[in-house]
Design a protein. Structure first.
Length: 276
């Protein structure tokens, strides 16, 4: 659980550092539009530090997925929104409303319940059908991301956010379906391609969602997509369980954590300097 929380801290802090770099890059002016802003941001230590934290967070995520159930990891990763909110309040001067501070507390309470109740990762190996299914979902998410600009305006942010969540969920499941890191095994495992396609497609869909729709709606949909689906797969097909007699506490902790994250959905985009 500590690795999952470490991943959440890394991802949440990285968002704020990258926001600070993007704001500074935008203030510098210059040509090139969004690409120019990105190139200027890449020359700043905060943005590079954010990328480094993203990489470290992914390592923690992989370690967590190899040791505790997917439902616990998914809820912990969703809590990165709480980290972003707290760090943004400190470094960017974002004003948190009373209910948002309450949501941070709710997330922490939910994670504490999961920490107490979560068992070890399931010992059921993933079937070839599940591996190909994850690859199929990843391809669908990629298609949705590529078609982002042509989707109906009504519900576009919701669809893209949900697609991004499903893509990140594919990554979570795929990590569990990769049982060997040997080159031959990796190349012959459909889960490897599901992880690569799912991760890239998720970022594409999320970027399109944040550009073309409500940040809050897209982020809320993403949280649902990356937590509920993978949790079901982990329990039903991969054998994830709770500690004896504490299934009710795990369910309650999962619901509480996700609900708290949903209340902080506006922090799904790099936060600005003003409270909402």
């Amino acid at each position: 659980m500590l690795c999952a929380l470490g991943a959440a801290v890394c991802f949440g802090a990285a968002t704020v550092l990258q926001a600070m770099a993007a704001r500074a890059a935008g203030a510098q002016g210059g040509r090139g539009g969004e690409a120019g802003v990105l190139l200027r941001a890449l020359r700043q230590w905060r943005y590079l530090a954010g990328l480094g934290l993203d990489g470290l967070g992914f390592v923690f995520q992989v370690l967590a997925l190899r040791s505790i159930p997917i439902y616990a990891v998914g809820a912990a990763l969703a809590s990165s929104l709480a980290v972003t909110a707290v760090v943004a309040a400190r470094l960017l001067g974002v004003r948190l409303r009373r209910r948002e501070w309450g949501a941070v507390g709710v997330v922490c309470a939910g994670l504490a319940m999961l920490g107490v109740s979560a068992g070890t990762e399931g010992d059921t190996g993933g079937s070839d059908a599940l591996k190909f299914s994850m690859l199929g979902v990843a391809v669908v998410v990629l298609g949705v991301g590529l078609a982002g600009g042509r989707l109906p305006e009504r519900g576009r942010g919701l669809m893209l956010g949900l697609a991004a969540g499903l893509g990140f969920g594919v990554v979570e499941v795929a990590v569990r379906l990769i049982d060997s890191v040997g080159v031959t095994s990796l190349l012959g495992n459909p889960a490897t391609y599901a992880l690569l396609v799912g991760g890239g497609a998720a970022f594409l869909a999320l970027t399109s969602a944040l550009q073309r729709g409500s940040v809050t709606v897209a982020t809320a949909a993403m949280v649902i997509g990356e937590t509920v689906g993978p949790a079901v797969v982990g329990v039903v097909w991969l054998g994830d369980r709770t500690r004896e007699g504490l299934a009710w506490l795990a369910v309650l902790g999962f619901v509480v954590s996700v609900a708290g994250a949903l209340a902080l959905a506006r922090f799904g985009e790099a936060p600005g300097g003003e409270g909402g």
